[in-house]
Design a protein around this ligand. Structure first.
Ligand code: GLN
Length: 308
């Protein structure tokens, strides 16, 4: 069929590109096979096509952030979430220790400061670490339409070297953004980031956001229309960190990257895309993943700003 052939052709065109480097600030990620390369596309009518390493599991990492944001909006409502985390692109690196000047809120939920605060909001006020992590696991599993699990080795490895995220959490606690011990919130956030997915999972998860919150395969409404829209809007402005502007001009698809090499795209009304290739550029985005999206966006006319 033409779609898998096309996807394979795009992979073949980029397979010789070995530029970039796997993340090593999380020691266990440095052990990942750098040559893993896969892609999947799910349309809003529920068909998935894939090529390459489409069954290989990797940790979701920062691609968990938009989904945790959607869960927090669902659990706590817009007022509570927007009062805690802003929606402004930061133009900063993902792990910047920064807050908005006046409000002392993290600038957006896609950088670590905002994502740690968003994780804290999961489930209910006063939730335990287990309740928050279970909420993320249950929600991501519903989106993926299978039972997901945590990569304990990646999680342990990240927690052993989590000083940066612990500093962020202490800063959040100092300003009253979170009200649980910093270590507990970072542990829960790190477990959320260690949930294992495949590119096929990412594609169907992204297709649910693209389909206004209705799961394209199960037909269930997973999130409200306004939650799907809010999540896609924040991904558009902030999903690619300090490369968000370059991404928006050259690709034009709401997206989120993760340091394990995953990349999620979600084109409203059309489809979800998942890509994995672990070598990263200086922004922490997958090198081949970014190039794949540039090529697919051009070939299929997927840029959001194209009038036709
Ligand atoms: N768990 C990673 C961290 O908090 C996620 C970062 C990422 O994927 N960009 O550092």
């Amino acid at each position: 069929s033409p779609v898998p052939d096309y996807l394979q052709e795009v992979l073949d065109g980029l397979v010789d590109d070995r530029s970039g480097a796997v993340a090593d600030y999380i020691p266990d990620l440095a052990n990942a096979n750098p040559d893993v390369f896969g892609v999947a596309v799910t349309t809003v009518d529920g068909r998935t096509h894939s090529a390459g390493d489409d069954e290989v599991e990797f940790s979701i990492q920062s691609i968990s952030k938009p989904f945790a944001y959607a869960a927090a909006l669902t659990d706590r409502g817009f007022d509570a979430v927007l009062g805690t985390v802003g929606v402004e692109p930061s133009g900063e690196a993902f792990n910047e220790l920064s807050l908005e000047g006046d409000s002392r809120r993290p600038k957006n939920p896609m950088i670590n400061a905002g994502a740690i605060a968003t994780h804290y909001l999961l489930s209910r006020s006063g939730a335990s670490v287990t309740e928050r992590v279970d909420r993320a696991l249950e929600f991501f599993s519903e989106l993926a339409d299978r039972t997901l699990s945590i990569d304990e080795s990646v999680c342990r490895s990240e927690l052993e070297t989590a000083d940066r995220n612990l500093s962020i959490a202490h800063m959040l606690r100092n300003y009253g953004v979170i009200d649980s011990p910093a270590h507990d919130v970072v542990e829960g956030y790190t477990r959320q980031c260690s949930i294992k997915v495949t590119v096929r999972d990412l594609a169907v998860m992204g297709a649910t956001l693209a389909n206004a919150g209705v799961h394209p395969v199960t037909g269930r409404r997973v999130v409200a229309t306004e939650v799907a829209r809010q999540t896609l809007a924040v991904m558009t402005g902030c999903g690619m960190y300090d490369a968000a502007g370059h991404w928006l001009t050259t690709v034009g698809i709401p997206a989120k990257s993760g340091v394990a090499g995953g990349l999620l795209g979600s084109l409203p009304g059309q489809l979800g895309i998942g890509v994995v290739s672990p070598r990263l550029d200086v922004h922490g985005n997958s090198v081949r993943g970014v190039r794949m999206f540039q090529r697919m966006s051009a070939d299929m006319g997927m840029h959001l700003m194209d009038a036709e």
